[in-house]
Structures are given as structure tokens and as C-alpha cells.
Design a protein around this ligand. Structure first.
Ligand SMILES: [Mg+2]
Length: 173
């Protein structure tokens, strides 16, 4: 499916949900692109997973901010690739640094930078330990197995909407 069609479908999926995240956070390696950027050269031209660009653009169109949380040990390569792909400026926060924590530090920084609460964030990553640690912070977190795609976007937004319903119910009780 080409980028425009993915974007159209992503816009439709987003349009279904009333409770939407204020910020969607993406891992890089094996979530937005199909490789570890530390194993690549800056001179290469990177590619994203087939649905990734359409999804990023649809989120931006709907006024939903996007950010990056990556434990890559080579932030310079990651940033060069984001630049080459023309998407560097789309992200309101880019936390790219290696860390022993499973991205909890990344999310603390993203929260400080954006002011968005963990409850209002949705996160996509391909590593179970990151998903586990970050979901404990209150972030709706989705494990991807073959990069981010429309199916994962739908299940992420659904999970987020369900979490916010049960959250509101708790406030009323
Ligand atoms: Mg990854």
C-alpha cells in the first residue's frame, strides 16, 4: 500500500476514537525502521517500515504530537537517518541515548519536555522489557513484532480508549 493510502486509512482509524492520546511515542530500531542503526553507515539511505510514514503523517494531521524514545547507542546515526527521511522536525521530543533502564528515563524526559502526562501517551516498541517497564508508569504500550503498521495503530488506539474509559469511571466513583 502506498503512503497516501496508508495515511487515509490511518486517518479513518484515528477518526473512530473519541479518547485520543495527546502524544504517541515511537521506538526507532525494528519499530519505525527494519534495522539497528548502530550497524549501518551514515552514508546509507535508510527506509522505514511500509506503513510508518503514512501513520506519522496522519497523526500530525489530526493534531496528535509524536516523539521518539530510543536506546540506540548511536544517536548521531539515528538523527542523520531521521534527517535523510525528512521527518526529523515532525517530533516534539527525541530522546535517543543508551540506558540501563528500560526507557523509564526516556519517558521521564519526554514528560518534562512536553508536559504531557503518562496517562495521555501511547507507546510502540518491539521489546517486551521496554513495554513492561513503560506500561508500569501508566503509559498505554503496544508491542510490535514487524514494525508499526495500521493494525497495531488500531489496537493501540483501542487499548488507549479503553484505559481512559476505566480511568474516568474511577474518577466518578
Ligand atoms: Mg527497537
Amino acid at each position: 500500500m502506498e503512503e497516501e493510502r496508508v495515511k487515509e486509512e490511518a486517518l479513518q482509524i484515528i477518526g473512530v476514537f473519541q479518547a485520543l492520546p495527546r502524544l504517541v511515542v515511537f521506538d526507532l530500531d525494528y519499530t519505525l525502521w527494519p534495522f539497528y542503526c548502530e550497524c549501518r553507515s551514515k552514508r546509507e539511505m535508510p527506509c522505514l517500515y511500509p506503513h510508518a510514514m503514512g501513520i506519522l503523517k496522519a497523526l500530525k494531521d489530526k493534531g496528535i504530537n509524536i516523539a521518539i524514545a530510543s536506546r540506540s547507542p548511536t544517536p548521531d546515526i539515528a538523527k542523520t537517518f531521521l534527517d535523510k527521511l525528512g521527518i526529523q522536525s515532525m517530533f516534539v521530543a527525541q530522546e535517543i541515548f543508551s540506558s540501563w533502564t528500560h526507557k523509564t528515563e526516556h519517558f521521564q524526559r519526554i514528560h518534562r519536555r512536553t508536559g504531557v502526562t503518562f496517562k495521555s501517551m501511547l507507546f510502540f516498541d518491539d521489546e517486551g522489557r521496554n513495554i513492561e517497564a513503560v506500561s508500569k508508569m501508566g503509559v498505554t504500550s503496544i508491542l510490535v513484532d514487524n514494525g508499526v503498521n495500521l493494525e497495531k495503530l488500531r489496537s493501540g488506539l483501542r487499548k488507549f480508549a479503553l484505559a481512559s474509559v476505566s480511568c474516568n469511571r474511577k474518577q466518578v466513583e
